[in-house]
Design a protein around this ligand. Structure first.
Ligand code: NAD
Ligand code: IPM
Ligand code: MN
Length: 353
């Protein structure tokens, strides 16, 4: 890891060295497309390709090796496409292993509508290292116990991160998403504390942190949140929640704004980060040039922001807005363009500026 301590990101990395993982399926298409956009920014960036994932596992029996981790450690951060994770007991999710190894505890998922219609603009802050992803499981012949681990420390730090975003220290709740909201009205703490003791701890800790930080909050059960997200998404600004709830709600939220092809994410730790689209390897459309590259391009914009390149990050957002407004979009978003055509249009829009 070369970068200085980057609590919550946004420090300036002068010569960036990024590990690039295409991965599997459409990851291999959206990553090269996004890199075309990066290239026109003429930044001093060294790209280190790293092959990990299901394809590698099938070929070599290992999805990720210690050498791959060493390569990651030699870089400032990771730009990641997607990796297939089969429901095979012998296969361990590469992404979960990376999140754990680098303690990438905050998963930031901005959800911002593009074009007309509803004014949807909120961010999901998902705890990224514990909960149902603890890895603590006991397998018996006729039962499996998966342990949901929620700790005070894990809940405190994710609540602190959410409050930082809420207070505008990182550009406001929309700061990661390319625009700024001046005053946050409300942080929504999402849980299932009516049933789960673990959620009682999460809720209590989040409320304590929000009170201490002077952030207005409400709390909401996760099932009710799913319902209200569909009925009235405009009411939400910033959601903080546990790992699996955040996973599920973020795919649902993507559907509110036009699909997974539009949603970016940042996995943030104390001094390392990984940037990736929210979507997976999409085997149903892989290899056909149909994948929407916007989620990957906006993930790149999040990476630039984390590296202290806010101007370039804004330029990418601006270009994406212009290109989508011009109807240069892939079929999932109602268009006829290919993955590369969209990326080339975004690159050209940056150059025009
Ligand atoms: P998925 O996100 O890959 O696809 C869900 C649906 O959304 C599919 O119909 C797909 O065609 C569509 N879609 C996704 N991204 C799109 C894009 N950029 N443009 C247009 N359409 C897009 O979810 P899945 O099918 O449930 O999972 C496939 C594999 O990916 C699984 O093995 C899963 O474990 C893995 N996965 C990986 C990641 C990751 O690496 N970050 C994330 C989620 C799922
Ligand atoms: C995501 C994905 C991952 C998750 C999988 C692939 C491990 O669905 O990033 O949303 O469950 O966190
Ligand atoms: Mn997911």
């Amino acid at each position: 890891m070369k970068a200085a301590k980057v609590v919550n990101g946004m420090n300036r990395v002068n010569r960036m060295k990024i590990a690039v993982v295409g991965g599997d399926g459409i990851g291999k298409e959206v990553v090269p497309a996004a890199l075309q956009v990066l290239d026109v920014l003429s930044l001093d960036i060294e790209k280190v390709p790293v092959e990990v994932g299901y394809g590698k596992w099938k070929r070599t029996g290992r999805a990720i090796t210690e050498d791959d981790f060493d390569l990651f450690r030699s870089c400032d951060c990771i730009f990641f496409g997607a990796i297939t994770t089969p429901p095979d007991p012998d296969y361990k999710s590469v992404l979960v292993q990376i999140r754990r190894e680098f303690d990438l505890y905050a998963n930031i998922r901005p959800v911002k509508g593009m074009g007309g219609g509803k004014n949807i603009n909120f961010t999901i802050v998902r705890e990224n290292t514990e909960g149902m992803y603890s890895g603590v499981e006991q397998v018996f012949p006729d039962a499996v116990h998966s342990t949901r681990v929620i700790t005070r420390k894990g809940s405190e730090r994710i609540a602190e991160y959410a409050c930082l975003l809420a207070s505008g220290d990182r550009g406001g709740s929309g700061g990661w998403g390319g625009d700024r909201r001046k005053h946050l009205k409300r942080l929504t703490i999402v849980h299932k504390a009516n049933i789960l003791q673990s959620c009682r701890l999460f809720r209590e800790v989040c409320i304590g942190v929000a009170d201490r930080r002077g952030i207005p909050w409400e709390d909401m059960l996760v099932d009710a949140t799913a319902h209200r997200l569909v009925l009235d998404p405009e009411r939400f600004e910033l959601i903080v929640t546990t790992n699996l709830f955040g996973d599920i709600l973020s795919d649902m939220a993507a559907a509110l704004i036009g699909g997974l092809g539009l949603c970016a994410s940042a996995n943030i730790g104390e001094n390392y980060a990984l940037f990736e689209p929210v979507h997976g390897s999409a085997p149903d459309i892989a290899g056909k040039g149909l994948a929407n590259p916007i989620a990957a391009i906006l993930s790149l914009a999040m990476m630039l922001k984390w590296c202290g390149r806010a101007e370039e990050s804004d330029a990418v957002h601006d270009a994406v807005s212009r290109v989508t407004a011009a109807g240069i979009v892939t079929p999932d978003f109602g268009g006829r363009c290919s993955t590369m055509e969209v990326a080339e249009a975004v690159a050209a829009a940056i150059e025009e500026r």
